[in-house]
Design a protein around this ligand. Structure first.
Ligand code: AMP
Ligand code: MG
Length: 590
């Protein structure tokens, strides 16, 4: 969560019925009397109106104002309609006037990652949040607790006040710029976006280039700007099989057919008054002619032709020289991915070689004593290695050169050697397995000796554990072991990194909204990637999406059956049938 604000941020997390608002209402005067200037962000689950029916602002808003700012001598309020989706948390925070605040308190947004005090009352009978939420930094309750974080009585407002004052002081004392960023609070727990940002910041494009023949350029990335050395088309020609005539003769009833011009051939005379030339698609227009009438509209009478029923527009069916590209016009810039149309366009310029980025060399290996190569009888307590194959396929799709290092046993010496070896020639190293907490931790030990690697917990499912860093300056990804988590992590983190290393322009993946046809469970604060199947609904014509069924992170079949990932954003709890969700089409990507 990138935040430009530097005002300390603190939330209150509790189930409804615990009395959050009542507590805040009692607490605010105690805090403001110390001189603190406080902003409050309150999350409401339902449609709400702040201005009442009948009031002017209400009437204007209902009448269609998408933003309604009402002001008076004492206060002003901006109401912004967000019919498509609730504004995200960062955006809402940015709406505050940070210059005029010392603290922002948040009521609600229970599971978005930022520092919070958990409120709990026994009589409400709800479970605790802190065991599964690292962002809870203190608890105010009426229970006796034995926990590692500060606890207070929920009825002791002065204690809560003091905690908040201390919190504000400590936030301001630490880096003032990062004060409100949850990142500094729990460095190991990141949102998907934070993870992506950190990775992209650490990655730089490779410089090496090579010149290759056009035939081999498909899927590569241009490392030169290309401008057109010629006009395309090079000469003005007919877009139809038909008859070329002079615009000023359109009204004539009949024409003398004086020539038949084939593609690849020319007519060296100038058409004169009342003349037509039969012409084929792609053939050069004769001098004097500027309009083509299609053959189907011609009434041929011996050596003469007429177009009695045709309505002819001056200049029709003619492709002008340079109309596609003029000499010197910029065609492609460095960073363009060469796909089918680019192949054709480069060829149309007469070029048969291009300068491209050198293919990225990516070293891949799997880890785990239980992981066994396919093609051999399965040993007891073992599984076949699928991750290496999915990863290599996704790398191939991205145009990488693959260095397959096979399967490494959970043995430190073996791993050190393999990784150090790989870092000598590879541009990027990817492993799977062995990065989750409580694992054999080999990867961690190995890496800490050879480079700098962070072990993150990403607030996402599947794919929570992720290691990222570098081994002797070669970027390293330690993906989780579960096969679906591998793919989802690759799509979210490795693919953007590779695109940046390749110097690709515009690598934002396509995301579109679709209507959920079943209820999708999620948890606030976490980004959920379900495997989905989208289609165009035959009744509404809209995109609709359902899941592939069971969503276990080991069920690779779910990826095979899916044509999209359904992305449920952190601020969304549960998606009900009929509600809109974001989908990420997978076609062409895996
Ligand atoms: P780990 O993160 O190493 O604990 O692995 C998590 C799960 O993924 C375990 O069930 C592993 O057996 C499985 N796993 C790890 N590596 C692979 C692999 N290369 N292919 C298939 N499954 C794997
Ligand atoms: Mg393992």
């Amino acid at each position: 969560m990138k935040s430009t604000n530097n005002v300390p941020l603190l939330g209150f997390a509790a189930y409804s019925g615990t009395g959050k608002t009542t507590l805040l209402e009692a607490l605010l005067p105690k805090l403001t009397e110390t001189g603190l200037r406080i902003g409050v962000l309150k999350h409401a689950h339902h449609n709400f109106d702040v201005d009442k029916p009948g009031k002017d602002s209400y009437r204007l808003r209902k009448a269609g104002a998408s933003q309604m700012l009402i002001s008076s001598r004492n206060r002003h309020a901006l109401m912004t309609e967000t019919p498509d989706a609730e504004a995200d948390f960062e955006h809402l925070l940015s709406r505050f006037d940070h210059q005029a605040l010392d603290l922002i308190l948040v009521e609600g947004c229970k599971n978005i990652a930022f520092p919070k005090i958990e409120l709990n009352r026994q009589e409400v009978g709800k479970p605790w949040l802190h065991p599964s939420d690292d962002n809870i930094i203190a608890i105010a309750s009426d229970s006796e607790l034995d926990v590692a974080i500060p606890t207070m009585s929920i009825n002791d407002l002065d204690a809560i006040k003091q905690f908040i004052l201390d919190y504000v002081t400590s936030r301001n004392a630490s880096s003032p710029v990062a004060a409100a960023c949850c990142d500094t609070l729990s460095p190991a727990f990141l949102s998907v976006v934070q993870g992506q940002q950190k990775i992209l910041e650490a990655i730089s494009p490779i410089d090496a280039t090579e010149t290759i023949t056009l035939e081999r350029a498909y899927g590569r990335i241009l490392s030169e700007d290309i401008s057109s050395p010629i006009n395309v088309p090079a000469y003005t020609n007919s877009a139809m099989d038909g008859y070329a005539i002079r615009g000023e003769d359109i009204a004539h009833e009949q024409f003398d057919v004086v020539a038949s011009i084939m593609a690849g051939h020319g007519y060296d005379k100038t058409l004169t008054k009342g003349q037509a030339a039969q012409i084929m698609t792609g053939a050069p227009m004769p001098e004097g002619a500027d309009t083509v009438v299609m053959r189907e509209q011609a009434i041929v009478d011996g050596e003469r032709v007429g177009f009695a029923n045709a309505s002819i527009k001056l200049g029709q069916n003619v492709r002008q020289a340079g109309e596609d590209l003029a000499v010197g016009q910029s065609v492609f810039t460095t960073g363009t991915l060469v796909q089918a149309p680019e192949m054709g366009m480069i060829a149309s310029l007469g070029m048969n070689a291009v300068k491209v980025k050198r293919a990225l060399r990516v070293a891949v290996f799997s880890t785990g004593d239980e992981v066994q190569a396919p093609g051999t009888p399965l040993n007891a307590n073992s599984i076949y290695d699928s991750n290496r194959y999915t990863i290599m396929a996704m790398l191939q799709k991205l145009g990488c050169e693959i260095v397959d290092l096979g399967i490494l046993e959970d043995n430190e010496a073996v791993m050190v050697q393999a990784i150090v070896e790989a870092s000598k020639s590879a541009d990027l190293i990817i492993t799977s397995g062995g990065v989750s907490v409580g694992d054999a931790d080999f990867i961690k030990n190995v890496l800490e000796k050879r480079g700098s690697v962070d072990f993150w917990r990403i607030n996402m499912r599947p794919g929570r554990p992720l290691a990222f860093g570098d081994i002797s300056d070669v970027p390293f990804f330690g993906l989780p072991g579960n096969p679906v988590a591998v793919m989802v992590s690759f799509i979210n983190f490795v693919e953007p990194a590779i695109k940046k290393m390749q110097g690709v322009l515009n690598f934002e993946p396509l995301k579109v909204p679709a209507i959920a046809t079943e209820s999708l469970r999620s948890r606030q604060g976490r980004t959920e990637f379900s495997r989905g199947v989208y289609e165009i609904d035959s009744l509404t014509g809209q995109l609709s999406v359902k899941t592939t069924g069971k969503q276990g992170s080991g069920i690779l079949r779910s990826m095979s059956e899916a044509n999209c990932l359904i992305e449920i954003a952190p601020h969304i709890d549960t998606v009900k049938p009929g509600e809109s969700v974001t989908i990420i089409p997978l076609q062409g990507r895996i």
